[in-house]
Design a binder for this molecule. Sequence first.
Ligand code: PMP
Length: 446
Amino acid sequence: MTSIDSRLPQLRNLVTELPGPRSQALTARRKAAVAAGVGSSVPVYAADADGGVIVDVDGNSLIDLGSGIAVTSVGASDPTVAEAVAEQAARFTHTCFMVTPYEGYIRVAEELAALTPGDFDKRTVLFNSGAEAVENAVKVARLATGRSAVAAFDHAYHGRTNLTMALTAKAMPYKANFGPFAPEIYRLPMSYPFRDGLTGEQAAQRAISQLEVQIGADSLAALLIEPIQGEGGFIVPAPGFLATLAEWARAHGVVFIADEVQTGFARTGAWFACEHEGIVPDLVTMAKGIAGGMPLSAVTGRADLLDRVHAGGLGGTYGGNPVACAAALASLEVMRALDLPARARAIEAAVRPALRELADATGVIGDVRGRGAMLALEFVRPGGSTPDPVLTKAVAAESLSRGVVLLTCGTFGNVIRLLPPLVIGDELLAEGIEVLATVVRELTAV
Ligand code: PMP
């Protein structure tokens, strides 16, 4: 990897208890001003971030193993991205692509057509958030097929808007008491090798027979799936699961939508996670890592599907904002220059053995899984598969108190997920993993 000059010292350095006094003061102000429904996993307020570190308002330098939920793959203040943003903002921040269009949007669309799987004529439409991209992919699939049903999977996460809440599997905290939900959404069993022990083919047949009985292929507009589930627990389906579903979808005129919002843009060691399974989706939804932290999302896919939609049917005031497009183009340049897919594979090679060793030594980690720089530990009660969310939470909290930002996830709240910025240095990454391992060993020592 080309070496990266970091603006901030790449080190873990605690100068106060966490959270420090300034963070605590902000928490007090926040309680009086910010809606309680917006959570924060870490009660520490950011002042600066670069490479693999976040510096808080008290001057603590923390190792970032979350990258703002898989967003800042190129770092949170990469100079190429920052310059592109400043340069575009100095010319125009907005005109609205639906009013006076601009080239940046087209360039992003051209890039996404070239990068996403599949060698066919593609079109792209840009939005602001992952949820918006998913909603619009469903709109396109429904219009193009003339069908209304959409199938999503157990453990799925697709967003917090009304349609995407319906598509998301977990009630608490995402759906509870927010209904009624959008109709015509059906849930299928996911392949979860650690918990179901099925091969990919068996798990796919289980899902297909359920949907043939309960929905009927002729009513189904789209199959929507995360190729590796994110919020649901970094669940990597058994080999062949995705391919069997994609083949079935093709045979029945069902639009196969891959939600690559979390897995996209080099995170898993390929540009898109579908590539690991040789899957070519009809539509791909993208966000997060696409624009180095600026809000941008996209639906890219078959021209014959996207171009069916009448003018004005897709869009939004801010969709494909010019500053966000400039950030995306700069991020892609950085990802290519640093070969971040290779870097994600190198991160896996460096980290996975340490995680495996930790699992073997402690007996509280039932599964070590993931791909590239999207790795996870599933915590269970010793010797079985009963989820242990209490230990999981304690590991994240104790790691934070030692200066490492770690995120949890999972339907059962028992998964620690590792999503470091792809530009994190080897030593800092190793130190972060060492802190995690020490915490797990200490918390489970008898
Ligand atoms: N799809 C997936 C797979 C996601 O991981 C997320 C966000 N965690 C979303 C959709 C929703 O994205 P956003 O939060 O940008 O709306």
